[in-house]
Design a protein around this ligand. Structure first.
Ligand SMILES: Nc1ncnc2c1ncn2[C@@H]1O[C@H](COP(=O)(O)OP(=O)(O)O)[C@@H](O)[C@H]1O
Ligand SMILES: [Mg+2]
Length: 264
């Protein structure tokens, strides 16, 4: 196993329950994201919540982002405060951007919300645009971008705001295979750029989520009970499946993917 220690709790979801009238969507959701420290390496956290379509991932995503109140239960951050809208960088499935602003104008607006960037907004945008291969697109409007470009613009927009958490809903869907690999690399790069950064991915794409994460939680139904809950937690570090680039060829990786499929 790769040397590491898990220290402080960064986020704790406790007894989350969500119903619409009689319809139970989520129940008894409990999980905890802890700070990972690797000797000599800058390392953020990457976790995934995996579940099939319609299970309640987007609902849970909204609750974690502080955009929706659960029927009961809490999402607490490190300071023991309940998460609220604006605490997290949120990347929606449709990569929401201001359609009437150029990419650059949108990014500048995001950068201006971050006091730490005061005076260096333009340079920072240029650096990100360079790193994310989006320089040519800065002067374009969102409708002139491809899906992959919209997603990258949306990720930069949230990174500029400077929040420690980046929450992504289905970041691998609607992108072609080559683009998925690029996004995976980019997200890993983001997680390595800052000790404090935590990426929370909500997805039905098992293989890509496992390949990028240090921990996964499987969201599913249990026989005889209404509503989705966490059926299993898999610590990928313990299985030696985290932080490796060649991972998809590994036998243990494929076994883990099969194990998750059987659980959904
Ligand atoms: N406002 C709402 N009122 C009632 N049911 C809803 C509402 N929003 C979502 N749902 C239901 O919650 C369930 C989970 O939806 P969602 O979280 O979007 O699934 P997923 O993202 O996993 O595909 C679905 O059955 C959906 O119909
Ligand atoms: Mg969804």
């Amino acid at each position: 196993m790769t040397a590491h220690i898990k220290t402080d709790t960064l986020l704790k979801a406790e007894n989350i329950h969500l119903s619409y009238g009689e319809n139970v969507i989520l129940r008894d959701i409990n999980f905890c994201i802890r700070d990972i420290i690797r000797p000599g390496i800058k390392q953020g956290q990457v976790v995934s919540l995996i579940g099939r379509s319609g299970i309640g991932k987007t609902q849970l995503f909204r609750i974690l982002a502080g955009l929706q109140k659960p029927t009961s239960g809490t999402v607490e951050l490190k300071n023991k405060e309940t998460v609220k809208a604006g605490d997290m960088g949120v990347i929606f499935q449709n990569y929401y951007l201001f359609e009437w602003r150029t990419v650059y104008q949108s990014l500048l607006l995001a950068a201006k919300q971050n006091a730490a960037l005061k005076g260096t907004e333009k340079e920072t945008i240029d650096q990100y645009a360079d790193q994310f291969n989006l320089k040519e697109e800065l002067k374009k409007y969102p409708q002139q971008l491809s899906g992959g470009q919209r997603q990258r613009a949306s990720i930069i927009q949230q990174l500029l705001k400077g929040s420690d958490f980046l929450l992504l809903d289905e970041p691998f869907s609607g992108l072609d295979v080559c683009v998925i690999d690029k996004v995976t690399t980019l997200l890993l790069q983001v997680s390595l750029s800052d000790e404090l950064k935590t990426l929370i991915i909500v997805s039905h794409d098992i293989a890509t989520s496992v390949a990028i994460s240090d921990t996964v939680w499987i969201l599913g139904n249990e026989t005889g009970k209404d509503g989705a809950t966490i059926k299993k937690e898999i610590d990928l570090i313990e299985r030696d499946l985290a932080w490796r680039t060649d991972i998809k060829k590994d036998k243990a990786f494929n076994e883990t993917v099969e194990e998750i499929k059987d659980c959904l």
